[in-house]
Design a protein around this ligand. Structure first.
Ligand code: ZN
Length: 133
């Protein structure tokens, strides 16, 4: 894996959190995007090499809504950039990790993504991502 590409943070109130993070990071949110398949709205901030992705549920029964219900707001996942997501998925599968999707799927920010089950990673949801070419 190449680097931490972004950290995903689950939030309740998008507009409140966007202005909070704009103040915190002293930078403007540069992109907002809805991912229909995941029932999620995303907002991105750049901080050097790494990004912060705010996640808001677009429905009351989406994965982010359920996450906040269970754990409250906070860090939802850590995303690592891969050179070849297919090879990395294969490698991790062979190492015994559980992939939440068997094929890479379309994520926000022009990425192919795959998630690892947090039960196998000390409770941390891990995302693999790769820029779509
Ligand atoms: Zn992410």
């Amino acid at each position: 894996m190449l680097k931490v590409e972004h950290i995903g943070i689950a939030v309740k109130d998008f507009s409140e959190s966007i202005s909070l993070f704009e103040k915190l990071l002293n930078t403007k949110c540069y992109k907002q995007e809805s991912v229909e398949s995941e029932k999620v709205n995303t907002a991105f901030f750049k901080q050097g090499e790494t990004k912060i992705e705010l996640l808001e549920s677009s429905t009351s029964d989406g994965v982010i809504a359920k996450f906040i219900e269970k754990k409250g707001e906070g860090i939802h996942h850590i995303a690592f950039e891969t050179e070849n997501i297919f090879a990395e998925m294969e490698r991790l599968k062979n190492e015994g990790f559980t992939l939440l999707n068997e094929q890479p799927k379309n994520g926000a920010d022009n990425k192919l993504v795959c998630f690892l089950h947090p039960k196998g990673t000390n409770g941390v949801l891990i995302e693999l991502c790769q820029e779509k070419k």
